[in-house]
Design a protein around this ligand. Structure first.
Ligand SMILES: Nc1ncnc2c1ncn2[C@@H]1O[C@H](COP(=O)(O)OP(=O)(O)OP(=O)(O)O)[C@@H](O)[C@H]1O
Length: 268
């Protein structure tokens, strides 16, 4: 089987600063200031060509960070991500320039992806039609609602037809009818064997679409495997998580962060 994505030991470190002074001191002095925070710790997984993989996990588990790294928007701190083909990320307002109009954003994004002026002119009407933005296409994106931004992002990404499509909760904003149209497009892509990553809090949508699931927890891989195996475990965890008291959650988090430190100590 041909691989579409090979992520090996991917770690993403952010620095958390208490204030601007700490940030500046870290930048201009040889001493280290601020606290290290690992959004991803040694994450590995592979996607075969044509796989549809769901990224699941509670808030802050690292799903968007990993999507952004695969899309080439954010660099990894260590580890490697090999992407075979062009990956396009759809997220609310991903890569949209607020001061430009919707139409200018279409042109900019397509130019950045290497399309010629003629190709852009050919694609533009399809993108505008899919977005259903009508006359708003010539308004600056900063005047758009989050649903409108998501429509524009989705319309651009599906029309340019990338090899790998990454959808980061773009369907959770905006109206139901548009979300259904996007889901229909994704079903079509799935039938055509396109590789897709689907980040969602809706296990219903994940069950409908995905073949495999990557479950992230505190930046670590909790599980990776077929939907039928991983989603029931995740649903059971969520049920348990909802019942936990604040102290129980804190203890759970502490144990997870301890595990993260051990993993990172082994690698580095
Ligand atoms: N630029 C940044 N600087 C510092 N911390 C960051 C930065 N970007 C993300 N983080 C932190 O990294 C962690 C992972 O965030 P991420 O957005 O990847 O999680 P997520 O699983 O997508 O969450 P959600 O489901 O809420 O969208 C979070 O704790 C977040 O606060």
């Amino acid at each position: 089987m041909e691989k579409a994505i090979i992520a090996k030991n991917v770690t993403k470190k952010y620095k958390l600063y208490k204030n601007m002074k700490e940030r500046l001191l870290d930048l201009i002095t040889p001493l280290s200031y601020g606290e290290d925070f690992y959004a991803l710790a040694n994450v590995s997984f592979e996607a075969e060509k044509g796989d549809v993989i769901g990224f699941i996990g509670v808030n802050g588990s690292g799903k968007s960070t990993l999507s952004n790294i695969i899309a080439g928007i954010v660099p990894e701190t260590s580890g490697t991500v090999q992407v075979n083909g062009e990956a396009s990320l759809i997220a609310v307002s991903a890569g949209l320039k607020n001061d430009l109009t919707g139409r200018d954003n279409i042109e900019l994004k397509c130019l950045m992806l290497g399309f010629s002026k003629e190709e852009i002119k050919r694609l533009e009407p399809d993108i505008i039609e899919f977005s259903e933005l009508g006359k708003f296409i010539d308004q600056p994106v900063k005047s758009y609602s989050s649903g409108m931004k998501s429509r524009l992002g989705f319309a651009i990404s599906v029309t340019i037809n990338p090899d790998i499509l990454i959808i980061d909760e773009a369907l959770s904003v905006g109206d139901k009818a548009f979300a259904e149209k996007c889901l229909e497009k994704m079903r079509e892509f799935k039938k055509r064997g396109k590789t897709m990553i689907f980040v969602s809090h809706s296990t219903g949508q994940v069950k409908e679409f995905c073949d495999k699931v990557l479950w992230l927890e505190y930046g670590m891989v909790k599980d990776f495997g077929p939907v039928s195996e991983v989603v029931p475990k995740y649903e059971a965890f969520i049920k348990q998580w909802r019942k936990m008291s604040a102290e129980e959650r804190k203890a759970y988090q502490e144990a997870a962060l301890q595990k993260q430190r051990e993993i990172l100590a082994q690698v580095h």
